[in-house]
Design a protein around this ligand. Structure first.
Ligand code: SF4
Ligand code: SF4
Length: 370
């Protein structure tokens, strides 16, 4: 972790702590106000409490061109990227955060190509391009059921392990012990904060995003992505239940529960990701950390492609395109899973850890005041 980054965040927070004008915008300022000085651990925690709403940048009388050159969102975004790198497991892969666009492109191409070659090696090149209709319209003719399930189980377990290692590394880097995490009230508060995306409302008026006007648009798109992802996850779980317990394998009819959940979730993700990418294109770059931009865009694009290819597969599953579309979709999903611990996806875990720590602190503070 670079000393420059930490020193700049410390300078910024020290000035803010004597001003406190922005205390209603988010959780960073109330957390800052509980301290007179800031350790490295505090600063890493603040960096992940910040939702980059930018309200404090446009409200600040010391922002550039003032000689104090105070840019809270940018300073915390730079530090946040370093906390992602520091939390990476295995550490040797931390460089992927700064080269995320390239990592997304290479991993996705590799996964799609590898699937295509494996399918061709076992069944010949014509299989992905055959027409699948009626009773024969099954995905498992192209990609064998056992191969899909076992590959994703292995990838899922490895990815989950890496994400948990990263989460624990960050939690300890904020100065907390594992026992401190298991505070029921703090976790309930943090979950409620996540479900509402509480701090993206900038104290009630929204973010100053993509420009200096207050707006809820970023929060709404983010909600679309978050709840769309949850619906797709539920759809997969329901499909697994149908398959294992009701002996009813995919593909399912358009109006079945897994397809309705997956379609709604997929559309929600496509709209949310499309909207976030549009806002990124339009945003004021002054409060942004340009180095982290490739990671943000790479992740949003990959999630967009995952959902878009899934929807396309659903629409064209009884046509000659089904085989090739299935290979492309499964390849993109595999790349998405593999890159989860090495891209923006990790922000969900680190932000949650910061929200739990914040809820704990605020509960202790309230109790002390009584
Ligand atoms: S960002 Fe500026 S206005 Fe806001 S608390 Fe800090 S110094 Fe004050
Ligand atoms: S950018 Fe928004 S979330 Fe981040 S410190 Fe400023 S007001 Fe808080």
């Amino acid at each position: 972790m670079s000393a420059n980054c930490l020193n700049e965040a410390r300078r910024v927070m020290t000035i803010c702590n004597s001003c406190r004008y922005c205390e209603g915008f988010c959780a960073v300022f109330p957390a800052m106000e509980l301290r007179r000085t800031f350790t490295d651990q505090d600063l890493k925690y603040f960096a992940n409490l910040c939702h980059n709403c930018r309200d404090c940048y446009y409200a600040c009388q010391y922002a550039p061109p003032h000689t104090f050159d105070l840019n809270v969102p940018k300073s915390l975004a730079k530090l946040r990227l370093e906390t992602y790198e520091e939390s990476t497991w295995p550490a040797a892969l931390s460089g992927l955060f700064r080269n995320n666009g390239r990592a997304v492109l290479l991993t996705t191409s590799f996964c799609v190509l590898a699937l295509l070659l494996i399918t061709a090696a076992f069944n010949g090149f014509s299989l992905p391009f055959e027409t699948y209709t009626g009773e024969d319209n099954t995905f498992y003719q192209v990609l064998p059921y056992k191969a899909i399930v076992s590959s994703f189980m292995v990838i899922g377990l490895v990815v989950f392990f890496c994400l948990m290692k990263g989460f624990l590394k960050f939690w300890q880097a904020t100065g907390e012990s594992l026992k401190d995490f298991f505070n029921l009230r703090a976790n309930i508060t943090a979950v409620w904060d996540v479900l509402r995306l509480k701090y993206l409302d900038g104290g009630g008026y929204g973010c100053n995003y993509p420009d200096d006007k207050f707006s809820m648009i970023r929060r709404n798109f983010h909600h679309g992505v978050f709840y769309g992802f949850m619906l797709c996850f539920t759809s997969t779980a329901v499909a697994a239940f149908y398959d294992h317990f009701l002996s009813s394998p995919a593909p399912y009819p358009f109006f079945s529960l897994p397809v309705l959940l997956g379609t709604t979730g997929g559309i929600s993700i496509v709209i949310g990701c499309g909207g976030l990418l549009f806002l990124k294109e339009k945003m004021d770059s002054a409060p942004a950390d340009i180095q982290g931009l490739s990671m943000d865009v790479g992740f949003i694009l990959l999630l967009f492609l995952t959902s878009f290819s899934g929807l396309l597969l659903l629409l064209l599953r009884a046509t000659p395109f089904m085989g090739i579309l299935l290979i492309i979709h499964v390849g993109i999903v595999a790349a998405f899973f593999i890159l989860m611990p090495y891209g923006k996806f990790i922000h969900g875990f680190l932000r949650y850890a910061a929200l739990v720590k914040n809820a704990r602190e605020q509960l202790v503070n309230k109790t002390d005041k009584k």
